[in-house]
Structures are given as structure tokens and as C-alpha cells.
Design a protein around this ligand. Structure first.
Ligand code: CU
Length: 132
């Protein structure tokens, strides 16, 4: 029973740590910014848990496209439009944390593009965008 004392000390540490995490979560929840999806956007994209876009395929009308990005996930995402593996236009929408949103425009001809996230490790955030 020589290890009884060290074990009880480590238990106290675990309990204290759990309490800290719980109080941090509670505080964050009340200050989460809200967004509302604009009804006049041509293309609405949401990042959703975990590290995914909310749709397998997006569509938009050719021309100047008004893009709205919202973050329902808990990590940062950076949206660009690619054709093949090349970024097209200069649209870059950034959402840093849950509840964030960003908006911008890009002009695209009809064709097949993709909605892509440039954050390392987010390579599966790569959904086709059909512009017609
Ligand atoms: Cu991402």
C-alpha cells in the first residue's frame, strides 16, 4: 500500500482539471457570436463538424457570385475556389471559430470548380462547385 498516497494525489489533480475545463466551456457558450444566413447570397457554404463542408456539391449562377461562409465547426477554416488544383480569383473567406462568418464575391464563368479549405490537414474539405 506504499502507492496509496501518490494515487490519491493524482485523483485530486484530475478532478481539479475537469472543473477548470467545464467552467471554460460554460463561459465560451454564452459568448458565441451568432450569424444569420443572408437571403440574397448566391452561394452559402457552412463548415460543419468535423472538418467538413455542409454539402457534397454546391451550385452557383455564372457571373459575379456573392459567397457567404459560416462556421458551425470549432476550428478555423479558409475557403477558396479552385479549378483543378489551382486557386481561381482572389476570394478568400476566413472563419476563425464557431459562429464566425465571412462574405465576399468572385466572378466565375460556367464550369466545374471546387470549394476548398487551405488549412493544412483539411484536404477533405473539397466539394465540387458547379457554375452554370
Ligand atoms: Cu478547413
Amino acid at each position: 500500500m506504499s502507492f496509496a498516497f501518490p494515487r490519491s494525489r493524482s485523483l485530486v489533480g484530475v478532478v481539479a482539471g475537469t472543473a477548470l475545463v467545464l467552467s471554460a466551456c460554460g463561459g465560451g457558450g454564452t459568448t458565441t457570436p451568432e450569424y444569420s444566413v443572408p437571403t440574397d447570397a448566391d452561394l452559402v457554404v457552412k463548415a460543419v463538424p468535423t472538418i467538413r463542408w455542409d454539402a457534397n456539391t454546391y451550385t452557383a449562377p455564372a457571373g459575379e457570385i456573392d459567397v457567404f461562409l459560416a462556421n458551425d465547426d470549432s476550428v478555423k477554416h479558409v475557403l477558396v475556389v479552385r479549378q483543378g488544383d489551382k486557386v481561381v480569383g482572389d476570394l478568400e473567406l476566413v472563419v476563425g471559430s464557431r459562429g464566425d462568418f465571412d462574405r465576399g464575391t468572385i466572378t466565375l464563368e460556367a464550369g466545374e470548380y471546387s470549394i476548398y479549405c487551405t488549412i493544412p490537414g483539411h484536404g477533405n474539405m473539397n466539394s465540387p462547385l458547379i457554375v452554370s
